[in-house]
Ligand binder design. Structure first.
Ligand code: UDP
Length: 371
């Protein structure tokens, strides 16, 4: 059987492409090396709870076209993300808002908070050059020391001085009492889980699990005209220019015989001494209820531990510092010379994409490919 497109990897990018191509009348095969669809947004039902097996995913976007697209495959609840930071058993509200500043300094008004931050950021004398300087410039040294430094160094295994500043710009800072983290126009969690969403997206499309393209390239190249490759770009080239760095995460999952562990979907542990970065309590993404709206008697929690990726691990986060970005550009040059193969998604483009950005990128590629 000859396919128009082979899609390597059944995560969000691959599934979006496969859907759009199929709807354009193309014959598509999706292959996936793991034993399940949905990549790292995969969810699994445990005790009636959709457990985010590869870490918490909260859908959010300001892009109406992306929102309309994704809603074709699932409805979404109106979950609003408001994580909590735990620093030595003191709880702070995230994102950084007046709630955080009130707890940190006892101030009630934005003027008071800004005055303290302006005072503390004086130590940054020129344009911030790394994550540490950027963070202090945004929220001052106290917030940096208690809520950013420990978490970031655990998450990335690198000093804040050695990390790119764009990472911290992901975190909102607000001088209001609004702790809606993403504050996006459209946000929520798919009501039947992300796996079901991807299953719906792939309706009628050939999918083969447990198939590693890199181990069987010649065969797969021979059955398809074009390839959409969403795996790691350096792995595609057998790491011949050197390996790009990634962070991977491990989870310790526990089913607890209590209805409530931490009363919130996510608590970040910002102290360096605690080995995990965060604890996810999955039921709160669905307001503690099952699909029929019943309260759930048990709860599932995941402690997340971050470490450097090795070739045996799943890559999660690209380390987009200068050294790696330069290496990526060299791989990209090689990729651009390849015929009939296109690289996409977080791993294919070595980019710290959010879900909506992945969808947008896949849809943009499709409009060029099928124009
Ligand atoms: N971060 C932090 N303290 C926190 C949460 C996040 O300093 O309590 C920093 C950290 O450097 C992290 C970055 O903000 O890598 C981005 O966090 P985000 O929650 O966006 O990461 P993700 O959910 O993608 O893991």
């Amino acid at each position: 059987m000859k396919y128009d497109y082979l899609v390597v990897g059944c995560g969000l990018y691959g599934a979006v492409f496969a859907r759009q191509a199929t709807d354009k009348g193309k014959k598509v095969l999706v292959i996936e090396k793991r034993n399940h669809i949905a990549g790292n947004i995969y969810t699994e039902k445990i005790e009636g709870i959709d457990v985010h097996k590869y870490g918490p995913h909260i859908f959010h976007t300001n892009n109406k076209a992306v929102w309309n697209f994704i809603n074709k495959f699932s409805s979404f609840n109106n979950f609003i993300f408001s994580p909590i930071a735990n620093y030595k058993d003191q709880l702070y509200s995230l994102p950084f808002s007046m709630f955080t500043f009130n707890k940190m300094w006892g101030v009630n008004t934005p003027e008071e908070a800004e005055k303290i931050i302006n005072e503390q950021k004086k130590e940054i004398k020129s344009e911030p050059k790394n994550l540490e300087e950027q963070a202090i410039n945004l929220v001052g040294r106290d917030v940096f020391e208690k809520l950013i430094k420990g978490y970031t160094e655990k998450q990335w295994g690198r000093k804040c001085k050695d990390l790119p500043l764009f990472i911290i710009k992901r975190l909102p800072v607000r001088f209001t009492y609004n702790n809606n983290y993403f504050n996006a126009l459209y946000q929520g969690i798919p009501v039947k889980g992300y796996t079901k969403l991807i299953e719906n997206m792939l309706f009628g499309i050939d999918v083969k699990l447990n198939e590693d393209y890199l181990k069987n390239r010649e065969y797969y190249n021979s059955i398809s005209d074009k390839i959409i490759y969403t795996g790691a770009i350096d792995a595609y080239f057998d790491y011949k220019l050197g390996a790009l760095e990634y962070r991977t995460v491990n989870f310790e999952n526990e089913i607890l015989n209590i209805p409530d562990f931490q009363s919130n979907a996510m608590v970040n542990y910002t102290d360096k001494e605690i080995p995990w970065t965060r604890i996810i309590e999955h039921k709160w993404f669905m307001f503690g209820k099952d699909e029929k709206g019943n309260d759930l008697p048990k709860t599932v929690i995941s402690k997340e531990f971050s470490r450097e990726w090795t070739k045996e691990d799943e890559p999660y986060y690209p380390v987009n510092d200068e050294k790696n970005n330069n290496l990526y550009l060299k791989y990209k040059e090689l990729a651009d010379k390849e015929k009939n193969i296109f690289f996409g998604g977080r791993l294919g483009e070595y980019k710290y994409y959010d879900m909506d950005q992945v969808i947008e990128s896949a849809l943009n590629f499709c409009s060029r490919e099928f124009c």
